[in-house]
Design a protein around this ligand. Sequence first.
Ligand SMILES: Cc1ncc(COP(=O)(O)O)c(C=O)c1O
Length: 379
Amino acid sequence: MSALDTLITDAAPIPFLDLVEPHRAREEEFVAAFRRALRSAAFVGGPEVEGFEREFAAYVGTQHAIGVANGTDSLRFIFLSLGIKPGDEVITASHTFIATSEAISQAGGRPVFVDIDPITMTLDPAAVAAAIGPRTVGIVPVHLYGQTADMDPLLALAAKHHLWIVEDAAQAHGARYRGRSAGTMGVAGSFSFYPGKNLGSVGEGGAVTTNDPRVLEGVRRLREHGQREKYVHVSEGYNGRLHAIQAAVLRIKLQDLDAATAGRQRVARWYQEALGDIGELSLPQVASWAEHVWHLYVVRTPVREKLRRVLTAARIGAGLHYPVPLHRQEAYAHLGYAEGALPITERTAAELLSLPMFPTLSEDQVGRVVQVVRAFFGR
Ligand SMILES: Cc1ncc(COP(=O)(O)O)c(C=O)c1O
């Protein structure tokens, strides 16, 4: 029996993501928040939502945060507030979750996908520059896996061509770019509080961060059926409000976010130290400008499928973020991107693999993941 077989046989499961353990310490506070909501009958909006909006804006460092139902509504409401018109083009990454581009299309725009930087896997500013045309109205950098895009060149391009920048910060709560917080650098930032996110609710939630009065007014109106004040609908809108119970949970979890981020950073350090010498495995790199909050720990290897099978056999959870780039999805066939159109994105998609990453992952658990990965590569 090989060393690898032994490791697999002895396996105790390690989840890709543990959403039970991180909630244990504050369970009574979550239950008390639920009881408060039941007894005050404040379920949607109300003081918990307003309190969370104030606290999240202060955490991120914007004048305003507006709670919404999820991180897709937050993007869609920002784009609609900015007045996207049919045919307007918005440049973004193909290497992201479909919510980014879906929101552009649903607001009436047309996503223009460009390639990524091979180190950070975020928008390549040179590719963005090459894609700017007469119909371009905005750029949406996605701060992927917990690391921001290279914002200075993007901000310079936006200023030069009179474009707006909306930051998709769904995976980057608390991440920094040269000291500046994700969600503060564009006209607006969009956050998701899906349970697995760095700041996760116990259902769905999202927020827009902004200093811009047009975005503030627009998002508040759109989340509430176009209502400016009760019974006054100045436009159609959506049912896109944040629930009070989610806001109450988020207020509690926001207090622990920096500690949770430190936990993620510790896990990332363990992986980096233990896997750095394997030539066939590329580890995630932290750009010189970045304070990385490690939403995901994504490695790359040409033998991704084999490694994934071995991890699965060893009962170690692994994910793919994202195996089919958006420009090659059937949903975007009408945009006409051929295979090979975005070569770095396509190679990355074929090689990436997300290893277990969450704040309470123990040194022993990381050690076992490392042992299996090392044994797979014959180390
Ligand atoms: C990069 C990115 N953008 C947007 C979203 C959408 O957020 P939500 O699932 O809350 O709608 C997500 C998460 O799912 C995401 O990862």
